[in-house]
Design a protein around this ligand. Structure first.
Ligand SMILES: CC/C=C\C/C=C\C/C=C\C/C=C\C/C=C\C/C=C\CCC(=O)SCCNC(=O)CCNC(=O)[C@H](O)C(C)(C)COP(=O)(O)OP(=O)(O)OC[C@H]1O[C@@H](n2cnc3c(N)ncnc32)[C@H](O)[C@@H]1OP(=O)(O)O
Ligand SMILES: CCCCCCCC/C=C\CCCCCCCC(=O)OC[C@@H](O)COP(=O)(O)O
Length: 377
C-alpha cells in the first residue's frame, strides 16, 4: 500500500476532514441566517448569495469524491443533449440504488456549473440533518413527508416558488421514493403485478405523483427531463465511508435529454409515460450489466478546480487554529480542559457518524417495505 493510500485510511485524517466540514458548514449556515433580512428587500440577490454559500458546502463532498477518493465519473450521452447541459433548467430523473448517488449527482452538477442551485424533492427527515439539511432551507429545496395527502399542497407551493428562480437549476427526482433493497423490490413488484404493469429487475416501481406534479408546475420554467441512469463498474457497492477511506470507485451515468413538450399533460398519461421510462431504464441497466457500458458515446465533462480550491481554502482557514488549540491544550496541563475537549471530540465524532448513517441503506427508512393499500390514498 502506498503512503498516500495508507494516509487516507487514517482515523486522524477523517477526523480533520469531518472537523473542516462541520465547522465550515456551521459558519456557512450562520452566514445563511444573516441573509434573512435581505429576503424581503431583494429576494433574487438573497437567492444568488445562498447559491454561492451552498456551493461552498456541497462542493466539499464533490472534492472528497473526486480528489480524495479519485472516483471516476463517466458520462454517456449524445452530443446534442450534451450541448444543453448547464444552459437550461431541467428535471433529473435518477435511479436510487447507491449510498453515494447524491455525491455523483452533485459531481455532475459541479461539472456543468449548477451545483450551488441544484434542487431535489427530498424526504422531510433530511431537513433536520445539520449543515446540509439546514443549508437546504435557504436553497428552497422541496421537502415531502411521502404522504401525498399531506404533501400535495406544500409540494405544489414550493414548486411554484421556483418559477422565478434567478439561477439555472436541475431538479432531482428519485421517483422510486426510497433506496433499492431486495425486500422493497419484492413488495413493489407485487404492486406492479396488481396494476398489470411489467416487472422491473433493477428498479422499484416509480411513484408517479411527485413526477406529474413537478412537470405540471415547472412547465414553462424547465425545458427538459434528463433521464439519468447510474451504475458502478463490477457491481461496486460504494459507500461514504469507503470514499472517506480513499477508495476509488467507477461511476457510469447515462443521460437522455427529453424535451418537456413531449411529456403528456394529462395526469394518467403522464404516469403511464413514467412507467414506460422506468421499463426503458431497466433495459439500460441490463445492458450495462451484460456489456459493462451504457449506450451512446462517452462525453468528456472535466471536473473543475473550484471544488478543490474551496476545500483547500477551508482547510487552511480551520486547521491552523485547530493545531494551535491542540498545542495550548497540551501545555495547559489542566485535566478538566483535556477531559472536556476529549468529550467534545467524542460527541462531534458521534454526530458525524450519525450524519454518515443517513446515507447508509441498511439504516434506511421502512418506506416501501409494506404495500400501501391501493386506491386508499
Ligand atoms: C448531465 C447530468 C445529469 C444528471 C445528474 C444527476 C443528478 C444531479 C441533479 C441534481 C442534484 C440535486 C441534489 C442532490 C442532493 C441530494 C439528494 C439526496 C437525496 C434526497 C432524495 C430523497 O429524499 S428520495 C425520497 C423523497 N422523494 C420522493 O419520494 C420522490 C418520489 N416520490 C413521489 O413522487 C411520491 O409520489 C410522493 C412523495 C410525492 C408522495 O408519496 P406517497 O407515498 O404518498 O406516494 P404515492 O401517493 O405516489 O404512492 C401511492 C402509489 O404507489 C403505489 N404503491 C403502494 N405501495 C407501493 C410500493 N410499495 N411500491 C411502489 N408503489 C406502491 C400505490 O398503488 C399508489 O399508486 P397510484 O397509481 O394510485 O398513485
Ligand atoms: C467533506 C467531507 C465530509 C465528510 C462528512 C460527511 C458527513 C455526512 C454529510 C451529509 C450527510 C447527509 C447527506 C444527505 C443526503 C442523503 C441522501 C439520501 O440518499 O437520502 C436517502 C433518501 O433519498 C431515501 O431514504 P430511504 O432509502 O427511504 O431511507
Amino acid at each position: 500500500m502506498g503512503f498516500l493510500k495508507m494516509l487516507k485510511t487514517q482515523f486522524l485524517c477523517h477526523l480533520i476532514i469531518c472537523y473542516v466540514f462541520l465547522v465550515s458548514g456551521f459558519i456557512i449556515n450562520l452566514l445563511q441566517i444573516c441573509t434573512l433580512p435581505l429576503w424581503p428587500i431583494n429576494k433574487q440577490l438573497a437567492r444568488k448569495i445562498n447559491c454561492r454559500l451552498a456551493y461552498s458546502i456541497s462542493s466539499q463532498l464533490v472534492a472528497l469524491l473526486e480528489w480524495w477518493s479519485g472516483t471516476e465519473c463517466t458520462l454517456y450521452t449524445d452530443p446534442e443533449s450534451f450541448s444543453y447541459f448547464g444552459k437550461e433548467n431541467a428535471i433529473v430523473v435518477l435511479n436510487h440504488n447507491f449510498e453515494i448517488d447524491f455525491m455523483c449527482g452533485w459531481t455532475f452538477c459541479d461539472r456543468f456549473g449548477v451545483l450551488g442551485s441544484s434542487k431535489v424533492l427530498a424526504k422531510k427527515e433530511l431537513s433536520y440533518v445539520p449543515v446540509i439539511g439546514w443549508m437546504w432551507y435557504f436553497l428552497e429545496i422541496v421537502f415531502c413527508k411521502r404522504k401525498w395527502e399531506e404533501d400535495r399542497k406544500t409540494v405544489v407551493e414550493s414548486l411554484q416558488n421556483l418559477r422565478d428562480y434567478p439561477e439555472k437549476f436541475w431538479f432531482l427526482l428519485h421517483c422510486e421514493g426510497t433506496r433499492f433493497t431486495e425486500e422493497k423490490h419484492k413488495i413493489s413488484m407485487e404492486v406492479a403485478e396488481k396494476k398489470g404493469l411489467p416487472k422491473l429487475k433493477y428498479h422499484l416501481l416509480p411513484r408517479t405523483k411527485g413526477f406529474c406534479v413537478t412537470v405540471q408546475n415547472l412547465r414553462g420554467t424547465v425545458t427538459a427531463v434528463y433521464d439519468s441512469t447510474l451504475n458502478f463498474r463490477n457491481n461496486e457497492m460504494p459507500s461514504l465511508l469507503g470514499v472517506l477511506n480513499g477508495k476509488k470507485y467507477h461511476a457510469a451515468l447515462y443521460v437522455r435529454r427529453i424535451p418537456l413538450e413531449s411529456i403528456p399533460e394529462d395526469e394518467s398519461e403522464c404516469a403511464a409515460w413514467l412507467h414506460k421510462l422506468y421499463q426503458e431504464k431497466d433495459q439500460f441497466q441490463e445492458r450495462y450489466r451484460q456489456n459493462g457500458h451504457f449506450p451512446g458515446p462517452i462525453m468528456n465533462a472535466p471536473c473543475r478546480l473550484w471544488a478543490l480550491l474551496n476545500w483547500l481554502f477551508w482547510v487552511c482557514l480551520l486547521v491552523y487554529p485547530l493545531c494551535i488549540l491542540a498545542l495550548r491544550l497540551l501545555v495547559s496541563g489542566s485535566t478538566f480542559t483535556v477531559l472536556s475537549t476529549f468529550f467534545f471530540c467524542i460527541t462531534a465524532s458521534a454526530g458525524i457518524r450519525w450524519m454518515i448513517g443517513q446515507t447508509e441503506i441498511d439504516r434506511g427508512s421502512n418506506y416501501g417495505n409494506k404495500e400501501v393499500q391501493m386506491n386508499n390514498k
